[in-house]
Design a protein around this ligand. Structure first.
Ligand code: ISE
Length: 342
């Protein structure tokens, strides 16, 4: 506790100073109380020194383990590339530190199982996964409606996930493992069900897609409760960033993501603007996610999607990649859910 009696801000190490890492750094300084960055890590020594140089009192590291062990670190935010997540998480768990890890938790289910084994050895959950749509006001309202039976038993979720353009490093697999993974978690969360099978259909790629990128794709998810989820993933749609979800139930439908922000009527025309990027469309969700995590981490708790959610999403993604290659409906095989994640 500080002299004023206020609890001292939670000291956070941020691992990864790429686009999302720096977005979170700005968010911690701007929109989240009760937290401060005390260490940053990135394998690019020049970059991490530059980033830390703009943050008073923050130590710069190229080794995630050193950042996690730095003085004053009480929690770890991981925003490095997916393949690097597991190592950084295990460093934090060895020190008993709460973690917020950007999605995907790990690139494959085997890595997520190792994370869960480490938490089970600790006897408590410490890892939260960055499925931030759960903190979006529209998704939260849709979940509230479905939970209340507002449209009866859900039969379908029709999802549309569109990016204006994809980064140069984006691969056909990433449409599923890095993008559709959001709909996988959203469907599990909205419906309270697991995904049991995946089918992937790919039309002739858009002429706007980079050479060799299977873009767009249609991903069909079957659920343990008998619902069917269809996801159009289109990462070079050209017109903006658009995420929609329409739930169809036995007694009605509910749709989010129409982006009814300001509508301008002028000169005989009407129209609105479409966000161009996910950090804009989901700015509030990222803020709420981080505030919720900081509050829970300060109590040594996990309040949002946990390592089981990250594991389930990784298992569905792996089945999706298999389905994309084979063209066949591919079942999802999950391990038994440990009691720690009940
Ligand atoms: C990105 O990593 C995200 O998390 C965005 O929400 C998603 O729309 C985008 O396709 C991903 O690449």
């Amino acid at each position: 506790m500080t002299a004023t009696g206020a609890s001292a801000p939670l000291g956070i190490a941020v691992v990864g100073t790429g686009r999302m890492g720096c977005d979170h750094l700005g968010r911690i300084g701007r929109s989240v109380g009760g937290a401060r960055v005390v260490a940053v890590a990135d394998p690019d020594g020049d970059r991490v020194k530059e980033v830390a140089g703009g943050l008073p009192g923050v130590s710069a590291h190229t080794d995630p383990a050193a950042a996690v062990a730095a003085p004053g670190v009480q929690a770890v935010l991981i925003a490095s590339p997916g393949p690097a997540h597991e190592e950084a998480i295990l460093h934090a768990l060895r020190r008993g530190l709460p973690v917020l890890c950007e999605k995907p938790l790990t690139p494959d289910p085997e890595g997520a199982l190792r994370v869960m084994e480490a938490e089970q050895r600790l006897g408590r959950r410490l890892v939260q996964v960055g499925f931030m749509r759960r903190y979006d006001a529209e998704y939260a309202r849709l979940k509230e409606l479905l939970d209340a039976g507002g449209i009866g038993r859900p039969l379908f979720l029709h999802c549309r996930h569109r990016n204006a353009s994809s980064p140069s490093f984006f691969t056909s697999d990433m449409l599923i493992s890095d993008s559709v993974v959001h709909e996988v978690d959203a469907a599990r969360w909205l419906l309270g069900q697991e995904v049991t099978a995946v089918t992937v259909l790919s039309p002739r790629p858009s002429s706007a897609a980079p050479e060799g990128l299977a873009d767009p794709r249609l991903v069909l998810l079957e659920t343990s409760g008998g619902a069917v989820v269809d996801v159009e993933i289109f990462v070079n749609c050209g017109f903006g960033y658009q995420v929609r979800c329409e739930a169809v139930g036995e007694t009605g439908t509910a749709r989010i993501g129409d982006g009814h922000a300001m509508v301008v009527e002028s000169g005989g025309r009407w129209g609105g603007e479409i966000d161009q990027d996910y950090t804009v469309r989901f700015a509030d969700a990222y803020d709420r996610q981080l505030r919720s995590w900081v509050a829970a981490a300060a109590r040594g708790r996990v309040a949002g999607p946990d390592a089981w959610d990250g594991y389930a999403a990784a298992a569905v993604s792996q089945a999706g990649l298999t389905a994309a290659r084979s063209g066949a409906r591919t079942p999802v095989h999950l391990a038994d859910r440990p009691p720690l994640y009940a």
